[in-house]
Design a protein around this ligand. Structure first.
Ligand SMILES: Nc1ncnc2c1ncn2[C@@H]1O[C@H](COP(=O)(O)OP(=O)(O)O)[C@@H](O)[C@H]1O
Ligand SMILES: [Mg+2]
Length: 377
């Protein structure tokens, strides 16, 4: 069994990436008494506002990574697109308990799907292509609707295009010509989307958060409710799939797997080697959040057994929702508002989120409706 290196406060945790996920990790770590350092190119980024020190530099700036490693006792990341040689360097210094394998797999949709298939799990039918000609050929055998996605760098629906009918073939070929390495997936006519979020320790100990149910709009997460309304059979299948991947990849820290449910089947979508937007509800909904448990895992502390304290619903506050959210914040008694401190408000940019909790999912849905100004019907 791998050795558990224990890091205690007031030691320093270094975070690569200074967005909202880093910020919420840092807030959890701050509560526990750790010091924080962050690397991000934007001065006073969301994480820097709650950290002790910011190194203003690009994520793949080797000097900056070496500096972060030397001032930190342990290093983590808030996104999957960490430069692999940089991650390997930090691991060699004995300061990256998460290792680099999970990054290597999750930053490439081809490797991600391979990993799922090797684990014997169900994924949508797909083809990997590297240019326009291969795309044209692959589309001959593909049923519509389908979706084409870049193998690297996509997030929040960026870097993908839905192909509704054969009429979208030229657009797909054009997409492939522009982006090169892509995956074309058959569209899953799912009943619902769920995410399994768990935290695994270096020792192999694993804890699962309650499975959450997600609604996306324009391929961006719109809302999450927990616990998900799924039967025991589907629940067990989802946990089994996640356990298998966690073991095979040797995951450490908080990790999320997006899945879709069709009848009694689950199709695996994508994985994130970090806390996830659909796990924000855990801050108020559970006895420990996905961020707090992540800090425990990377610092070698025993993991807290997870309990759902209340049903929860989380809705993102995008740039275009800011004015509405602030009005609601000034009038609603319910709702935990989280604003990330991003300087520029832009459409589709995640500026914050709000979580409602209550005894039942029905009650939180009512609170959500009220927040959105929808009538009770
Ligand atoms: N093969 C598919 N079938 C059905 N829906 C899909 C498929 N691929 C993506 N989607 C929809 O688009 C959303 C975003 O796609 P995803 O692959 O998770 O990319 P991102 O990295 O942008 O989150 C999914 O949550 C789902 O709602
Ligand atoms: Mg996704």
């Amino acid at each position: 069994m791998p050795r558990n290196k224990v890091i205690l406060p007031p030691k320093t945790i270094g975070i690569i990436g200074g967005g909202q996920l880093g910020r919420m990790m840092a807030i959890a770590a701050r509560h526990m008494g750790y010091k924080l350092a962050v690397i991000d190119p934007t001065p006073n980024c969301p994480t820097a506002q709650v950290a002790d020190e910011q190194i203003v530099a690009a994520y793949d700036d080797r000097n900056a990574i070496e500096q972060l490693t030397s001032i930190s006792d342990v290093v983590t990341y808030e996104f999957e697109n960490v430069d692999l040689p940089a991650a390997q360097y930090i691991a060699e210094q004995g300061k990256l308990p998460q290792g680099s394998k999970a990054l290597e797999i999750t930053q490439n949709r081809e490797k991600e799907k391979q990993q799922m298939q090797e684990a014997g799990l169900l994924v949508p039918a797909f083809s990997i292509i590297t240019n326009a000609d291969e795309c044209e050929k692959a589309l001959e055998n593909m049923e519509f609707p389908a979706v084409i996605k870049t193998c690297r760098g996509g997030y929040d629906g960026k870097g993908q295009r839905k192909l509704s009918t054969e009429a979208d073939k030229p657009a797909a070929i054009d997409f492939a010509a522009r982006h090169g390495h892509c995956i074309i997936e058959q569209w899953v006519p799912f009943d619902k989307e769920i995410s399994v979020i768990f935290t695994r320790a270096v020792t192999g100990e694993i804890t699962f958060f309650p499975i959450a149910e997600n609604v996306h709009k324009d391929h961006i997460l719109y809302q999450t409710t927990a616990p998900a309304a799924i039967n025991e059979h589907v629940y067990n299948k989802a946990i089994e799939a996640a356990s298998k991947l966690a073991e095979n990849i040797g995951i450490v820290g908080t990790f999320a797997i997006e899945m879709s449910v069709k009848d009694e089947d689950i199709f695996l979508n994508e994985m994130a080697p970090r806390p996830h937007n659909s796990g924000h509800y855990t801050i108020e909904g559970c006895n420990i959040s996905q961020f707090g448990q992540h800090i425990r895992a990377i610092c070698g502390l025993p993991l807290t057994p997870i309990k759902l304290v209340q049903s929860a619903a989380m809705v993102n506050i995008l740039g275009e929702d800011m004015a509405h959210a602030l009005t609601e914040m000034s009038t609603l008694k319910a709702g935990s508002f989280h604003l990330y401190g991003k300087a520029a408000v832009k459409a589709k940019r995640k500026m914050g989120h709000v979580t409602f909790t209550a005894d039942t999912v029905e009650e939180v849905s009512q609170l959500l409706k009220k927040y959105r100004g929808q009538r009770d019907d």
